[in-house]
Design a binder for this molecule. Structure first.
Ligand code: MIG
Length: 628
């Protein structure tokens, strides 16, 4: 059951698709005073949800803030990442879900300040609150999901493995990568194009020296079973003569400052402007620009920098110049040096900039700051609507920033993680939260984005990520190569990636069913075994689809780990491409998992396809059954 409480919302966020009558009762079990929702927690209460956020599956004990942020350091003390997913599931003596539908900042203190108390503080008291009850954790999630509408389902080929790297600059770089995968006989379905394919980082342009004929190149790759997936950034280069800028400027489709002038920010293309994705005309206009790339045979995109990320604004930069000039006249001491340094650092994603521009929405003019968390969502929606219209079917599409609602239009990747062991576990722990909020097609940058990857890290990361719907290896500019062929011996990677393809019949069916039935693809164990007190504390295993359980190794040098089975299961082991099984009883086991073996568990027989070079070549009818 869903109850809705309304507290002066000034904009329809679009998150909710079902009409829910207003409830006049108190928003129980919260108590509300002075614009703050609070709740006393019993000793055993656990809290799930909050989508893409850091720390454990059970969120109790930390403080979170929804504020879509371009922050490439996903360390434990952070409160926000790229998404704003304000759904929580409280599991104590009282069991209920709560969705705080608010486009701006909101803080969730989940027993951080006072370990027995939840304190939820919307910065501006303008929101809808939905309280959701149901028979089980799963039922509450499903009820919530029917409220927010069906999740995005990508085309089947998007279940293939993808290789990406910020640093493939030319057609030759991409072809070399494709060839290396072919030569190593490692399956591959997608190669990603990062910002360097563009002409001066201008959206919807192609650098003609680097890619003389993208249409022909994309056809050549497709012939080989590989799709090219270009990036699109949110901001548009401010340059007269660049038609996207000229048109948008003329039509008033960019966000405006206080005086009604286009608000100018610095991002990759240099001085840039921000499409007003909250203005339906502007959104449609921008979305239709993807046609330039679909006309070249492109079938999928990733949307980046849509928090929106701002390196600086024209306004902020001018203020900083002034400060530096003043300093010039003083004698430079350490404190003024640090002052100036901080001024420059603070230019990035500055709160003052987010307060300095406006959107034209159907509800009137709104300040960006108050609706900040909707921007990435609306960019994804812009692309999704246009691409569905242009293609007659959904594209491959995923985004960095998001709000609930965007789950209907695309997936998400979890942004700029690091080549750190802790980020394998972090990624695992993010998946169920994302799934609760409807983001099913998701995954992390395999091998880690920032920092240098090592062979063992990549093997372990992939052995987990082969279960994530979005399976993409991606790395930052200037980092060490981390493709599956980069570490000399390719066999070990070929076996792992082949296992992914062998599992696609099961994984894609699980994804599709999760979409159709408003369910989760990844679940914490406790969702399936509610009365099992041990299952409720397991933070490094997940259920995948209706019958699999995974328990990956994510520690450096570990060659074995403890796993917990809530019921007897068949252990499936892939060793050098061969599959073997073993029946295990319920309870704890210490399982040997040498580097390169993939070990997982099934409750009932599982079908495995034969390996294939790409999804198109997979034979869904030729499967073998393993497990009992
Ligand atoms: O400021 O396009 O998260 O995946 O490779 C960095 C370059 C911009 C951030 C994305 C990352 C991408 C990178 N982008």
């Amino acid at each position: 059951m869903v109850k809705r409480y309304s507290f002066d919302p000034f904009i329809n966020t679009g998150a909710v698709v079902r009409e829910v009558p207003l409830s006049s009762s108190e928003p129980k079990p919260f108590s509300l005073s002075n614009g703050v929702f609070s709740l006393h927690m019993d000793e055993h209460m656990r809290i799930y949800g909050l989508g893409e956020s850091i720390r454990g599956i059970n969120k109790r004990g930390w403080i979170y803030e929804s504020w879509c942020s371009d922050d490439p350091f996903h360390t434990e003390e952070k409160r926000s990442l790229y998404g704003a997913h304000n759904f929580l599931l409280f599991d104590g003596e009282e069991r209920f879900g709560a969705f705080f539908d608010i486009p701006g900042r909101i803080t969730f203190d989940l027993g951080y300040t006072d370990s027995d108390t939840v304190v939820i503080t919307p910065e501006r008291f303008a929101l809808d609150l939905y309280i959701i009850t149901g028979e089980s954790l799963k039922a509450i999630v499903s009820e919530f999901r029917t409220l927010i509408g069906k999740s995005y389902l990508p085309p089947m080929w998007a279940m293939g493995y993808g290789q990406s790297r910020w640093g493939y600059v030319t057609e030759a770089d991409i072809r070399r990568c494709a060839d290396a995968y072919r030569d190593a006989r490692i399956p591959l379905d997608m190669l990603y194009l990062d910002i360097d394919y563009m002409d001066s980082f201008k959206d919807f342009t192609v650098n003609s020296e680097r890619f003389p004929d993208l249409g022909a190149f994309s056809a050549e790759m497709k012939e080989r079973g590989i799709r090219l997936i270009p990036i699109i950034d949110a901001a548009v280069k401010k340059e007269s003569g660049y038609d996207v800028y000229d048109e948008g400027h003329r039509e008033g489709y960019f966000c405006k400052d206080e005086q009604g002038e286009d608000f100018v920010v610095g991002v990759w293309p240099g001085m840039s402007v921000l499409p007003d994705f909250l203005n339906p005309q502007a959104s449609r206009w921008f979305g239709m620009k993807y046609k330039r790339l679909t006309d070249l045979g492109i079938e999928g995109f990733w949307n980046d920098m849509n928090e929106p990320a701002l390196f600086y604004s024209e306004k902020g930069l001018n203020n900083a110049y002034k400060e530096i000039k003043e300093l010039d006249s003083k004698r430079l001491d350490a404190l003024s040096f640090f002052g100036v340094r901080d001024t420059l650092v603070r230019l990035q994603n500055a709160e003052d900039d987010y307060k300095s521009f406006y959107h034209e929405t159907p509800e009137g003019r709104v300040r960006h700051y108050d609706v900040h968390n909707l921007y990435g969502y609306r960019m994804t929606e812009s692309a999704y609507n246009a691409l569905c219209e242009l293609r007659g079917e959904p594209p491959l599409l995923f985004s960095r920033a998001s709000y609930i609602g965007a789950h209907r239009c695309g997936g998400v990747w979890t942004g700029d993680n690091h080549s750190w062991w802790s980020h394998i576990l972090q990624s695992l722990q993010q998946m169920p939260g994302l799934n609760m909020c409807g983001f099913l097609y998701s995954g992390s940058d395999i091998g880690g984005f920032n920092g240098n990857c090592t062979r063992d890290l990549l093997i372990r990361w992939m052995s987990f990520a082969l279960f994530t719907p979005l399976m993409r290896n991606h790395a930052a500019f200037g980092t060490r190569s981390q493709e599956a062929f980069a570490f000399g011996d390719t066999e070990v990677f070929r076996h792992i990636i082949e296992l992914r393809y062998r599992l696609i019949p099961y994984l894609y069916r699980s994804l599709k069913e999760a979409v159709e039935r408003d369910e989760m693809y990844f679940r914490p164990l406790v969702f399936d075994y509610e009365d099992d007190e041990i299952a409720a504390t397991v933070e490094d295993q997940l259920m995948v689809g209706d019958r699999l359980m995974i328990a990956p190794v994510y520690r450096q040098n570990a060659a074995a780990r403890h796993i917990y089975l809530p019921e007897p299961m068949t252990q499936i082991r892939m060793h050098e491409g061969d599959i073997s099984t073993e029946e295990l009883n319920e309870g704890w086991h210490y399982v040997s998992v040498p580097l390169g073996d993939v070990v997982f568990y099934t409750k009932s027989p599982l079908e495995l396809a034969k390996p294939a070079r790409n999804v198109g070549e997979l034979n869904f009818d030729d499967t073998e059954t393993v497990g009992s």
